[in-house]
Structure formats: structure tokens, C-alpha cells
Design a protein around this ligand. Sequence first.
Ligand SMILES: [Zn+2]
Length: 433
Amino acid sequence: MIFNEKFECMDRGQLRALQGERLRDAACRAYENVPLYKKLFAEKGVTPDDIQSIDDITKLPFTVKDDFRDAYPFNMFAVPQREIVRVHASSGTTGKPTVVGYTRRDIALWAETCARTLGCGGGTPEDVVQIAYGYGLFTGGLGMHNGGEALGAMVIPMSGGNSKKQLMLMQDFGTTLLCCTPSYSLLLAEVAEEEGIDFKQLKLKTGFFGAEPWTEAMRLQIEERLNLKALDIYGLSEVIGPGVASECLEQHGLHVFEDHFYPEIINPETGEPAAPGEKGELVFTCLTKEAIPLIRYRTRDITSLEEAVCACGRTSRRMARVTGRTDDMLIIRGVNVFPSQIESVLMKVEGTEPHYLIVVDKSGAMDELEIKVEVSPEIFSDEVRQLEDLKKRINVEMASVLGLHAKITLVEPKSIERSMGKAKRVIDARDMA
Ligand SMILES: [Zn+2]
């Protein structure tokens, strides 16, 4: 179901005109009300009057995560605090969280874009949506919750964890749409297997999986084990939360709800726009948000944009699956390595489970890359020779994809810690000494 056909299927020319008007308005609100923007605009020598069309967006300055840290807690807000009806926060790597605020209209906008997300996956008012993202300061739970209600579906506010109960409610309430992290969906699959629950007997149709990077190979696993269509969804709290972009049932890129969130791809080194279709860092401008009219925010996520109109009828540009972040790229012995590359290799090798841990450490002056891989129970009970053979196959694949040698350690089934939310897959011990 297309939740808002007028905007999701808008003629591209009309959409660009609308984006231009909205950008000028957002730039004015940011400039007039947030000291940070007055300063950044002045450094760039621009004012909101320089914005005549959406193409002028490249004249505006970038913002980054540190700007939120410096503005802690409320200095990014462009409206008086009495107009804020909700705050959320995401944990920063150091100390204080990143705080975001919403006006009443922002909350309504957010509910709509999350309802569009559910619509992208075939959701209608007939559906039963189980929210297994965490509630609280994290945006995942409440964001998709409001989206489900805006769609008119029946929402089960289950939150994360408590897997047996999740499965019981799926059976008893007839859940059709599931929202959680991709790694948690696999934990649910494991628990279901232990409990003797067959997903083929459940009514699940579509899963909306986000909040952590995952691969195509993992998608195939999830679809098979949970017997549903697994969609990649995208969002971040600085922009609004979930509901920034979503795959449709075509599963060919994530539709960006770009009448509200304008995407750009830049070269992360130079800050210059990337060529159409080229990979680079994803940048977002919030065209309509009141509390935080975010301008050219550098997400550090690496992706590309597809302009062709999708078979589903939506006209918005589609972003490719995020393949890594500019800041989660590991540099090992001078070679750039993304955790997603390692995952895609492991998914291809038979006999391994989708649970792994990447450990980078130093041995003398040399970086050491170790990959701990869970093996499937059948292989684990086999002869030593089989395990050695598996190790060898992983090694060869890994070397050809990464371009460097990794130490492969096979570990027992279910020995790597499971996550109820975002999985932690990388330990970089090089700076901890
Ligand atoms: Zn589509």
C-alpha cells in the first residue's frame, strides 16, 4: 500500500520545486534561530537569500555529529523549549548522548514517514505490527510504534528481548509485520527452533529490519528461517529516527522520503558532490522539521543513490544498502576493511552460522586480524579434519576478498553472545593497551 501517494509518487520536476521552497524555508529557520547556523553560514559567506532552488544546497555548510555534542543538550533546537513535546537520545561513543527534540508537528511527520515505511512492505490497516525494537530514548521502538498507529494497523508494543514471549504473541495475536534489528530476528529464529515453533505456521509477512548494517546474504538466511520478506529500513535519530528511507517489496534500494529528508552523496575526503550513481558519504537535510531543521548533516554512512523510477510506482530516489561507515572502516596493515565484507564472505561459506566477532589487535608492530566464527552444530560434531577443511575454505575466501590474511578461529555453536538490539561485532584492541 502506498500510504501517501501524492508525495511518494510525485512528478520529479514538481518534487524538486517543492524541495527548493522547503529548503529555503528550512535555511531561514535554522539561520534565524540557531546560533551555530548563523556562525556556519557566515563562515561560508552565505545567507538564506542565496537559496533559489534545491541545486543551491551545495552553497550551504555541513553539520556533523560533534555539533550535537557541542550543543548538548538543547542548543540545536530552533524553537522555544515549550514547543518541544518529546526528546530522544542516542548514545555517543564518549560520555554525553546525542539529544534530539520534536515539536507536535515533527511527531506527526515522523509517524507519517514510519507509516510510509510499513506501507512500503505491504502494510495496511488490516495488519498486526509487533514492535521488537527497544522503547525509551532510542528512536526505534516509539518511532515504528507511532507509524503503525498512523497506518491504522494494530500495534503490539513488545519492545526488545523476552524472546519466548515475542514468539507466543506472534502465534496468539497473529502478528503479520515484525520490526526489530536483523541480528535479533536470527535470535528469534534460534529460540523458535528450540521451542519447536515452525514459522510456516505463523502469519508473518514482512520484517522491517534496521539500526545496524547487514548484508544480502543475511537477508536470504532471515527470509528462509523466519519465512517472511525481509526489508532493509534506514534512519538515524539526528535526522528523525526510523522512517527516513525504506525498501519496498521490489527489494531494490531504499526509497528516501525526500519530500522531507533531502539526500546527497559527497566524496568524504573533499566534501564535493559525487557523480550520479557514484558511492560516497550520505548527507541529509531536514526540509520540514521544526525543532531541528538539520542542514547537510554528514551521516558517515557509505552508499549511492539511484534515480530511476521504481517498479512499485514510487518516484523517490533509492539509496543502496549501506555498506559501511566512514568511521567503522578498519585499517589493517594499510588495507581498508569493512566488517560488511567479512560478513558477506562468512555467509557464503557453508557450515558457518551468521554469528561472528572481529578482533583487531597488535602483535609486536603488526596489526593482527582475527575472526571468530561460529560453526553449525552438524559440522562441530564432525571430525577434526572437517573443521580444518572449513577453516581453510574461509581463509582462502577471506584473503581473496579482503586482500590480507586473517586468523580464523572456529568456535562452538551459540558461544558468541547474542544481542537483543544492535549486535557488537568488532573489537579493536589496538588502542586499548
Ligand atoms: Zn519501490
